[in-house]
Design a binder for this molecule. Structure first.
Ligand SMILES: NC(=O)c1ccc[n+]([C@@H]2O[C@H](COP(=O)([O-])OP(=O)(O)OC[C@H]3O[C@@H](n4cnc5c(N)ncnc54)[C@H](O)[C@@H]3O)[C@@H](O)[C@H]2O)c1
Length: 342
């Protein structure tokens, strides 16, 4: 099907996407400096797929090193750019680190795409570009809101940079994928989201609490104007997100794009409350979670979920793994890490 460069290929979403690309007969080359991941993820991908993968362990902020890798590759049909830092509180503490890493790496990748005439580009964006939305569900036409943190600003700026790049490079095809809340793991439980100390996101907090790494989890806010008083998010299984990349790339290769810079929301379109997520976890894992209800956490928005009609209609994509599958795979990944740590 063609050779694809995946940046951030040893990361959470990148590794799952490599598996999906290989299953759809693409050839993959990964670039990841493993600053936020582990090189052994490549072995795990090989174990799942039975195929050999090369990861170039270089920093994409280093233009010379990045050029060297791109110049060594021929017939590249597309680039999927995942590599970035993504931790919201860290971005508030270290905005310059985020601007440097996320934007310089993007500029360097775009320079290599331009110089090597690579026709298709897919960028990892985020629903955080919408800020604190008032109207739900969120469509691709919902305007950017105020960026709530420097991380979100890097996604807004990244998108704007790509839009300008698309104007200057009319023969390039660019796709911006705005993820809602990716969770879960590959069904084999060999790859998943690498666990960090003090996670901020709900699902790692749930699995780490059940595993005894976190003593007691806090549910922030019980008086939101939602069906059970807790916040609503659009959780989406990482393999469904991964498959959207393969479909987006194929869509571009097939020339089905309407313009040379298109945006797609990737969510299930269904909001799930924190308590519903906890109930689902307890059901599939048969574990009782130790949690308490506490006050709202500053900065949390009440509810956000996607309208995903455009991705379904144009890409022929449909996210079909429900919250129980998300929780089951996340839990088996957590348990697997105990037996076979990375
Ligand atoms: N996971 C989410 O909740 C989420 C939501 C919305 C958007 N996104 C975006 O999706 C992308 C992938 O996210 P993820 O969850 O897989 O994150 P991740 O941290 O697991 O993966 C990112 C990978 O990029 C690599 N990387 C970072 N900077 C690099 C650099 N300068 N040079 C080379 N490699 C570098 C890291 O080592 C890591 O393996 C990111 O752009 C992120 O902002 C993620």
């Amino acid at each position: 099907m063609g050779k694809v460069v995946v940046t951030g290929g040893t990361g959470y979403i990148g590794s799952h996407t490599i598996v999906d690309l290989l299953e759809h007969d693409f050839e993959v080359v990964s670039i990841d400096n493993c600053s936020r991941s582990e090189p052994q993820i490549i072995d795990r991908i090989e174990e799942i797929t039975g195929q050999k993968i090369i990861n170039h362990q270089i920093d994409l902020c280093d233009l010379a090193a990045t050029k060297k890798v791109f110049d060594s590759l021929d017939n590249v049909i597309g680039v999927i750019h995942f590599a970035a830092f993504k931790t919201v509180p860290e971005s508030v503490e270290k905005p310059l680190l985020y601007f440097h890493n996320n934007l310089v790496s993007l500029i360097n990748v775009l320079k290599c795409i331009e110089q090597n005439d690579i026709p298709n580009f897919v960028f990892s964006s985020s629903c955080s570009v919408y800020g604190n939305v008032e109207q739900l569900p969120v469509t691709e036409k919902t305007p950017f809101g105020k960026a709530e943190c420097p991380y979100a600003r890097t996604k807004q700026m990244g998108e704007e940079m790509i839009r300008d790049f698309a104007v200057a490079n009319p023969h390039s095809t660019n796709i911006l994928l705005r993820y809602f809340n990716p969770v879960g793991a590959h069904d084999s439980a060999l790859i998943g989201e690498l666990q960090r100390a003090n996670p901020n996101n709900l699902v790692p907090v749930i699995t780490q609490t059940a595993a005894g790494i976190i003593e007691q989890m806090k549910v922030f806010g019980k008086d939101y104007d939602t069906r059970d008083g807790t916040c609503i998010r659009d959780y989406i299984h990482v393999m469904d997100i991964a498959n959207a990349h393969t479909k987006a790339l194929q869509y571009s290769i097939d020339g089905k794009n309407k313009t040379n810079c298109e945006v797609f929301n990737l969510g299930t379109g269904k909001g799930v409350t924190v308590l519903e997520a906890i109930n689902s976890f307890e059901k599939v894992s048969r574990e009782k979670l130790n949690y308490i209800m506490t006050d709202r956490r500053p900065g949390d928005i009440e509810a956000i979920y996607a309208n995903n009609d455009y991705a379904k209609q144009e890409l022929g994509w449909s996210p079909d793994r429900d919250i129980n599958i998300m929780m089951d795979t996340a839990w088996r990944w957590e348990l697997g890490l105990k037996e076979r740590p990375i």
